[in-house]
Ligand binder design. Structure first.
Ligand code: NAD
Ligand code: UD1
Length: 338
């Protein structure tokens, strides 16, 4: 399949590009580099051993988005492009709604115009809002607690409405907590500024870029008092996209379907720190501070639907997630060049 990968230079997109090629598909990347470095592309080409067609522009430019789809006999789109920092989304909500919804509108219109009928969308466990049900199955009601989360809920609804017309097949992939890196250590997560998420923060402490981790609360109703999350290796996540793409192609009667991509297991913050210290051989000093507003005690997926329908299951362990993150971080202490 020829697949347009929006946000293909980003963290999850870049890992998915490698797996698309390994599965015999042809990815074409569009990325504005608002949150990625162009230098990821030569690294991808080196890993894959072939050139990758890529375009640098903002997908909200409807003419450019349409022109790319016009060019090329595309079978499908995987839509990763979007802004994703929860805290920032409350400070600049309009930018989040504009970017995340605007990219989706431009894509859907271009797909309609050029007869591209399949879309795999990056959704998030954030659409389960404040629910305390665990594990979380796909049929739970959706909601959100911040503008980023609302953009995902809204994009899901827009995609459901478009799919209901019968013109487009849509896979809504709800990721839990993506971590890890390609085992080569040449591509990985490279957050700009202070990392918002746990794993890149731990990795930057271990490599000496930051002094210590702040653990946001140890008085939660969990075994060690720190919150439980469903960390999933980005390589498993990438494989889930290939599985979803192939499912849509094989099931033309599926208009829209949600799948959780998670492991089904919760790991605490302190367990993650200990696993990273063991995997890297480096200390990760930490201090316990107040809870972060909005954090839930326990979040993990019910991944049975993805296993039953997509034949996909996360197989990589917390130890592999830490080892692969460390290989990437220690080889690239300042992230990508340029
Ligand atoms: P990322 O920021 O590394 O990748 C997103 C890419 O999209 C970046 O390269 C960015 O430059 C590009 N982009 C953003 N707006 C664009 C625009 N208007 N036009 C063109 N390109 C644009 O993020 P990621 O972690 O790879 O996440 C990918 C997707 O998965 C996002 O939609 C995100 O919301 C979703 N998601 C991520 C996580 C996570 O923890 N990483 C969890 C759940 C869902
Ligand atoms: C966050 C987002 C969520 C998003 C998810 C995916 C919030 C409130 N939620 O979730 O919407 O879908 O990322 O990437 O931001 N922690 C620390 N110290 C740190 C960083 C994190 O103790 O410096 C703790 C957090 O309290 C949490 C755990 O580590 O218990 C994981 O945090 P994080 O990586 O930010 O993910 P989520 O909170 O699950």
């Amino acid at each position: 399949m020829r697949v347009l990968v929006t946000g293909g230079a980003g963290y999850i997109g870049s890992h998915t590009v490698v797996q698309l090629v390994a599965a015999g598909h042809t990815p074409v990347v569009v990325d504005s580099h608002v949150n990625s470095r162009p230098s990821v592309l030569p690294r991808l080409e080196e890993l894959i051993g072939t050139t990758i067609e890529s375009h640098a522009f903002d997908l909200r430019d409807a003419d450019k988005t349409s022109a790319v789809l016009a060019e090329g006999c595309f079978d499908a789109v995987i839509h990763f492009a979007g802004l994703k920092a929860v805290g920032e989304s409350s400070q600049i909500p309009l930018e989040y709604y504009d970017n995340n919804l605007g990219t989706t509108f431009a894509l859907l219109r271009a797909m309609e115009r050029h007869g591209v009928r399949q879309l795999v969308f990056s959704s998030s466990a954030t659409v389960y809002g404040e629910t305390t049900t665990v594990p979380m199955p796909e049929h739970l009601p959706t909601g959100a607690t911040n503008p980023y989360g609302w953009t995902k809920v809204m994009q899901e609804q827009i995609l459901r409405d478009v799919a209901a017309t019968g013109t487009t097949q849509v896979a809504l992939l709800r990721y839990f907590n993506p971590v890890g890196a390609h085992p080569s250590g040449t591509i990985g997560e490279d957050p700009q500024g202070i990392p918002n998420n746990l794993m890149p923060f731990i990795a930057q402490v271990a490599v000496g870029r930051r002094e210590r981790l702040q653990v946001f609360g140890d008085d939660y109703p969990t075994p060690d008092g720190t919150p439980l999350r469903d960390y999933i290796h980005v390589e498993d996540l990438a494989a889930g996209h290939v599985a979803a793409l192939e499912y849509l192609a094989a099931h033309p009667d599926t208009h829209v379907r949600e799948w959780n991509l998670g492991t089904g297991t919760g790991t605490s913050v302190l367990e993650m720190v200990a696993a990273f210290e063991a995997g890297s051989g480096r200390p990760v000093p930490y201090e316990v501070v107040d809870r972060r507003p909005g954090d839930l005690a326990t979040v993990y997926a019910d991944p049975t639907r993805a296993e039953a329908e997509l034949g996909w299951r996360a197989t990589r362990t917390i130890e592999q997630m830490c080892a692969d993150t460390w290989r990437w971080q220690s080889a690239n202490p300042q992230g990508y060049p340029g």
